[in-house]
Design a protein around this ligand. Structure first.
Ligand SMILES: Cc1cc2nc3c(=O)[nH]c(=O)nc-3n(C[C@H](O)[C@H](O)[C@H](O)COP(=O)(O)O)c2cc1C
Length: 344
């Protein structure tokens, strides 16, 4: 395939500037490996996994990529920083990925992200790695971006807009606002900026590249793959979902009891009876009981299905490799079209 060459693809040694997001509970070794094998870059979502489960997913990725136990792994692992803070084995959770020589670590959603970045850098220094572990941080404002660039010297910055599936800051502006506001403060020698939120098609990718980012991050589009951990019931809900079916809410975190997220964080999911009950003020104990029962029964009208606004544009479950190939071909078509608009 013809390649895209820019600061991000060169840094990552990839063919196309597309990243499959780390998705807690949804992206494992198979999804990350197949995305990277197709010329893009895939992340495992470490989320709530133990270090032995992270190791299993890393080993699966290594096997699928036909790499030996000592080869560097051309995938990344994404951590929820608040989860690292909370877990007495937080350092061990990170070290399992570092000892597997992953290419990148992604950090988001926490009040001590700098501490974990420092740990990665000192691990690299003491292990004498040839190539340093690249650090991705996801932000939703120019203010957060400046901290990531100046204080933490991140290698890649991800701008997350309010369209995003899964967790995000409820105050995040839409992508077409947050990207230019971060580009305005990004120094010339600053890290590559990626855009995340509501992106589903190659046309979306091309439009963001034209806006000035060096790459894109897609979550929901990769949820809708054979490799994601989502089950048939959840994938069916995603395939059937329309443009007005997602909502930003804290209802699911309240229903399942995951309440340690930093202040101001909610999540975009498919609207259903669980959200309606919380919004209607139904007693949270009753909501929890119903939610737990529905989760066991896989009731599509109450289970948790995170999704971004772009879910409407995806109507089938594909392999991760097919998603990358389709996005890349479609992106190239749109980029070629745009270049024909310039009068000579
Ligand atoms: C199921 C799911 C789980 C996610 N888990 C994480 C996570 O663990 N860490 C993180 O930084 N972002 C997480 N995200 C957000 C993604 O990083 C990204 O911002 C988002 O998926 C982009 O929007 P899109 O889903 O509309 O493509 C998750 C998103 C989804 C859909």
């Amino acid at each position: 395939m013809s390649k895209i060459r820019n600061a991000f693809t060169v840094l990552m040694d990839i063919q196309t500037p597309i990243v499959a997001a780390p998705m807690a509970g949804a992206s494992g070794g198979a999804l990350a490996a197949q995305t990277s094998a197709a010329g893009a870059f895939g992340f495992i979502g470490a989320g709530y996994l133990t270090s032995s489960r992270i190791q299993e997913e890393l080993s699966l990725a290594r096997a699928q990529l036909l790499l030996s136990p000592t080869d560097p792994l051309p995938i990344g692992v994404g951590y929820l920083a608040w989860q690292l803070d909370k877990d007495p084995c937080g350092v061990g959770l990170l070290d399992i990925s570092l000892s597997n020589k992953v290419k990148a670590i992604w950090l988001a959603f926490g009040n001590n992200i700098g501490r974990w970045i420092e740990h990665v850098r000192s691990y690299d220094a003491s292990s004498g790695r040839d190539q340093k572990t690249l650090i991705f941080v996801q932000v939703s404002s120019a203010k957060e971006a400046l901290i990531a660039i100046q204080d933490w010297k991140v290698d890649v910055l991800v701008a997350q807009g309010s369209e995003s599936g899964g967790h995000g800051y409820s105050a995040a502006p839409p992508l077409l606002t947050v990207v230019p506001s971060i580009l305005a403060v990004l120094p010339k020698d600053g890290p590559p900026l990626l855009a995340a939120g509501g992106l589903s098609t190659g046309g979306h990718v091309a439009s963001l590249l034209a806006l000035g980012v060096s790459g894109v991050v897609l979550g929901t589009r990769f949820l809708m793959t054979k490799e994601s951990f989502y089950d048939e019931a959840q994938k069916h809900v995603l395939v059937m979902a329309g443009a007005n079916d997602t909502v930003r809410t804290t209802a699911f975190d309240r229903a399942r009891g995951t309440l340690d997220w930093p202040e101001g964080v909610d999540g975009r999911a498919i609207y259903n009876k669980t959200v309606k009950d919380v919004d209607d003020g139904v007693d949270i104990e009753i909501v929890r009981e119903n939610f737990n029962r529905a989760t066991q029964d896989r009731d599509p009208d109450q289970i948790l299905v995170w999704a971004g606004t772009g879910v409407d544009l995806v109507t089938e479950i594909q392999t991760a490799q097919d998603v990358v190939r389709e996005l890349h071909a479609d992106m190239m078509k749109h980029l070629s079209f745009v270049s024909t608009l310039i009068a000579t």
